[in-house]
Design a protein around this ligand. Structure first.
Ligand code: IVH
Length: 668
């Protein structure tokens, strides 16, 4: 018996550690917080009941670690603990009673919303942002200072009467839901696995190695805790207000509560109200206000005794899994979708749920006919979060992932490190053909008006198009008789197909739909490889010598042009008159720098200096090497020349950094 329990405890620990890694390091959790908390709870109960198996290394005594080898680690001056949590009012009242056993005098609580992001701890010295660390393993964290410095709501310098010479401020790095949705749309288009939720997107962004990309993701930081040898006030509430007056973003939702009843009122008020906030929140943090009482109550191995998180449960329902169907997206990614017995969940009937990918099906160990828990989290599409095993019957068959594409029969492929299976038959798999043509005609590519998703479907079903070169072979007489089209629409389509022949080379490159070649990369390529033949003949070394083109993009370009069919399509496009070379003078892509004289100085992250010179010309600007009264601004990189800097200050010429510059020309 005891051997069995020991084995079960070990299995639970291993499982929890795996989830910790998925959550904190990979930013790709496969279970909900609620399910995770159930696992921790089960382990805690077992360890309490069988103390002989207690281990210092158990995840019940250690917090999950986000440490990664790409960053330098530093010790936290004050360890970063985690919080005890509960989903029940009863347990919250028990927390209150426990405190009352130690504390005899009256005391207050501070209630704050629990924002769902990635926590950071930021040290300020003499009013300057000195260092930002992630939570790490609680004792030491990853140095993400360069990234945190790009967050606009994080002051680089502060002042105020009561600012301690050195202090630590803690907060949550967040991504607004609107930014998250846009980012995921872009990722899906670029065939990069989308983030599961804004928390993962924020945590993933915080660990990027290029601060310029971090800056473009509009992260925010809301702070909730101030630490120093000597704090302005003896209570948390006033310290938070003080931090707000120094310029930190403190959410205005925090409240002082005189007793647990007021705490519960706060919790029930925000249960629905939180949905109107721009950020995801997953509960309320209840903290004792007096700092002296923090000392008195102390901490356990993992969390303080003076604070508790009350977590809102995501709305959940139980229903039967009827079948799993597999959808092939326009990029070839295969997504499993569950058909469910219809069930009512927070006001609407749910019939289908997404299963994301094969890992998800395996993790859940789904069997057809299982009774499953369906949850509506922050996302709109409900998901299956667990199985009620008590309903499982021997006759239930294990749900298997398919090995062939349901649309074209090709054997599916799963790349190392990617979550989704995909169909590699991109030239002949129907949804992918249509997807590529839709991309080709889209506004930022060939901009062919009058052809939408529906018309493409129609032309495809009539066998009139099989690839984008076929568009240029279409004839007015073929289109007129088609339902929904007629004389006028047909003429419009023909006209805009002809007009698309004027599309500049860099946009044609983007239109081809080479994996990982987005608008910016296409522009960069067009500067270096002035004709399509130069590009077709480029070897991997020539490709990767261009900044911004790494091995992944290079091998995708090589693969694209090694396909004979693509070359044939390109030849047909050439014959039709599509532009496959840059015009003699620089490609004019914008007017944002018209009449401006610009001096470049220093080192840059996103483009080389030569590329910036070209970009300036392409946008109507003029390059100059010396700073004078005529200089409109200096594009200033890292370590810019000292003499240029002094001259600029003397003449009042503005310095614009790389990120600001790219915003001006609207590249990001
Ligand atoms: S206080 C010892 N306050 O929740 C104090 N944490 O599960 C510990 N969090 O790691 C933190 N909002 O990332 C605190 N208002 C808030 C919070 C908050 C979100 C996060 C934080 C922490 C985790 C604990």
């Amino acid at each position: 018996m005891s051997g069995k329990i020991k084995a079960h405890i070990e299995k639970l620990r291993k499982e929890i550690e795996e989830h910790n890694n998925r959550y904190y390091v990979m930013n790709q959790p496969v279970i909900s917080d609620f399910e995770y908390d159930i696992l921790i709870n089960e382990l805690e109960t077992l360890e309490k009941k069988f103390p002989e198996y207690i281990s210092e290394k158990s995840p019940t005594r250690n917090i999950g670690s986000d440490i990664t080898k790409e960053f330098t680690q530093y010790e936290h001056r004050y360890p970063m603990l985690s919080l005890g949590n509960t989903y029940s009012e009863e347990e919250l009242r028990e927390f209150d009673s426990r405190i009352k056993k130690t504390v005899s005098e009256p005391f207050e609580y501070v209630c704050e919303l629990k924002f769902d992001g990635a926590s950071v701890s930021i040290t300020y010295r003499n009013g300057n942002l000195f260092r930002a660390l992630t939570r790490g393993d609680g004792n030491k964290g990853d140095d993400v200072t360069a990234n945190v410095r790009t967050i606009r709501s994080m002051p680089l310098k502060i002042s105020g009467k009561k600012v301690p010479a050195e202090f630590v401020i803690r907060g949550e790095i967040l991504m607004p839901r609107a930014v998250f949705n846009k980012l995921n749309e872009e990722r899906i288009k670029a065939e990069i696995t989308p983030f599961a939720n804004p928390r993962n997107a924020a945590a993933g962004t915080l660990k990027l190695l290029d601060p310029a990309i971090v800056s473009s993701r509009s992260l925010d930081c809301q702070v909730y805790f101030l630490l120093a040898e000597e704090l302005p006030y003896d209570n948390h509430f006033e310290n938070l207000k003080e931090a707000a007056s120094w310029g930190f973003s403190v959410p205005d939702s925090f409240r002082l509560c005189r007793n647990i009843e007021e705490v519960i009122q706060f919790i029930s008020y925000w249960e629905s109200e939180r949905k109107n906030l721009p950020y995801d929140t997953d509960g309320v943090v209840v903290k004792v206000n007096s700092l002296a009482l923090h000392e008195e109550l102390g901490v356990t191995a993992k969390s303080p005794r003076w604070a508790m998180a009350y977590k809102y449960k995501a709305e959940e329902a139980t229903t039967r899994l009827l079948s799993i169907v597999f959808q092939v997206g326009r990029t070839g990614a295969v997504t499993p979708v569950a058909n469910l017995e219809p069930v009512l969940l927070s006001g609407s009937t749910v019939r289908r749920a997404t299963l994301h990918n094969s890992d998800q099906i395996a993790m859940l160990d789904l069997h057809l006919n299982d009774m499953v828990y369906v949850e509506k989290g922050g996302e709109i599409i409900p998901k299956i979060v667990g199985v009620d095993h008590s309903f499982r019957d021997k006759t239930f068959k294990k749900a298997l992932f398919i090995s062939n594409c349901p649309e074209c029969g090709t054997t599916l492929v799963k790349n190392e490190g990617e979550a989704n299976h995909f169909c590699p038959n991109y030239l002949h798999c129907p949804p992918q053909i249509k997807g590529r043509i839709e991309h080709f005609i889209s506004r930022k590519a060939m901009d062919i008006d009058g052809l939408g998703e529906e018309t493409i479907d129609l032309l495809f079903s009539k066998d009139l198009i099989r690839n984008y070169a076929d568009l240029y072979a279409l004839k007015h007489e073929q289109l007129v008789p088609l339902e929904r089209l007629g004389e006028k629409s047909s003429l419009n389509i023909m006209k805009s197909i002809t007009k698309s022949l004027e599309t500049p080379y860099h946009r044609v490159l983007f239109a081809l739909g080479i994996r990982h070649v987005g608008e910016t990369v296409a522009k960069t390529i067009s500067r270096r490889f002035r004709t399509i033949d130069d590009l077709i003949n480029a070897d991997p070394e020539q490709l990767t010598s261009v900044r911004e083109i790494g091995p992944k993009i290079a091998s995708s370009i090589i693969a694209f042009f090694s396909d004979k069919e693509n070359i044939e399509i390109i030849n047909r496009l050439k014959q039709a008159g599509v532009k496959f070379g840059a015009d003699q003078e620089a490609v004019k892509t914008g007017n944002s720098l018209n009449g401006k004289t610009i001096v470049i100085s220093g080192l840059f992250l996103k483009h080389s200096r030569d590329e910036y010179k070209a970009i300036i010309e392409e946008n109507g600007g003029k390059n100059s090497t010396s700073v004078s009264g005529n200089t409109s601004f200096i594009l200033a990189g890292e370590n810019m020349g000292q003499s240029k800097k002094e001259k600029a200050i003397e003449l009042g010429v503005p310095l614009i950094n790389e990120i600001e510059f790219l915003k001006i020309i609207d590249e990001d």
